[in-house]
Ligand binder design. Structure first.
Ligand code: ZN
Ligand code: FE
Length: 268
């Protein structure tokens, strides 16, 4: 019997607030028997509560990078659900060193899941060297953690600006309707910075107003479409003529414009 409350053609995605400002996500394939994945493992309590509230049992845990606020609950979730833990091969040692080794080490381009819940690994180095994003091409969802973020991008703890620009450029080639789910609620601060360098961008001003309204009600500002990110996120606009002109960087290479914006954000 098909379940009338579960549309057959969309992924069900639940945003789970963890720790101070982290997000984990539950991703469920359509239908009552649909498989469930958890993206990142910041904190066991809220993730388990969100799963229990829906009667869901995850089969997969998808890890984006080695930072503790993304891997801290791996052991608790695997012990409880017996789920298979996938993560970046390039950071497997650093994750294992935190007491919870991956079950499956992923290289860029590898895929898993099936149907609407099929995902593909995209390399997005910059924040960390082995950071990966999980793209659901059929489900039109993209889990970016600390690479591309709502109106921002992650700090460059391990990689270079050129590396991050390359990563963001790869994500910008995905279909514009793709919904982007990032790893933290940093959007208000990101909006303030974005407005400071791109004050005449009407789409950005409208988005900043929406963000303020959401945060007022303590609602998450994720996800946003890739189209909206491309129109409003200053880090994705490093190649755009109008922002470049505003920054006095005409004729400068895209990656260098990106580096300039990233450095300005670090000082903001
Ligand atoms: Zn991180
Ligand atoms: Fe993080």
């Amino acid at each position: 019997m098909p379940d009338p409350t579960s549309p057959a053609d969309v992924l069900e995605i639940v945003t789970v607030a963890c720790l101070t400002d982290n997000y984990a996500y539950l991703v469920k394939a359509p239908g009552t028997a649909g498989r469930v994945a958890v993206v990142d493992a910041p904190e066991a309590g809220p993730i388990i509560a969100a799963l229990e509230a829906r009667g869901w049992q995850p089969q997969e845990l998808l890890i984006t990078h080695h930072h503790h606020d993304h891997v801290g609950a791996i052991a608790a979730l695997r012990d409880r659900y017996g789920c298979t833990v996938y993560g970046p091969a390039a950071e497997a040692d650093k994750i294992a060193a935190q007491g919870a080794p991956l079950d499956v080490e992923l290289a860029p381009g590898e895929t898993g899941g099936e149907g609407l819940a099929r995902w593909q690994v995209i390399a997005v180095p910059g924040h960390t060297l082995g950071h990966i994003a999980f793209h659901y091409p059929e489900g039109a969802a993209l889990f970016t953690a600390d690479s591309l973020m709502a109106l921002g991008c992650g700090r460059l703890f391990e990689g270079t600006p050129a590396m991050m620009w390359d990563s963001l450029s790869r994500l910008m080639e995905l279909p514009e309707e793709t919904l982007v789910y990032s790893g933290h609620e940093y959007t208000s601060g990101n909006a303030a910075f974005a407005l400071s360098i791109d004050p005449d961008n009407a789409a950005l001003r409208a988005r900043a107003a929406e963000i303020a309204a959401k945060r007022e009600k303590n609602e998450p500002t994720v996800p946003a479409s890739l189209a909206l990110e491309k129109a409003t996120n200053p880090f994705l606009r490093a190649g755009s003529a109008d922002l470049r002109a505003q920054l006095g960087l005409d004729g400068v290479e895209d990656a260098a414009v990106f580096a300039h914006i990233r450095a300005a954000k670090d000082r903001f």
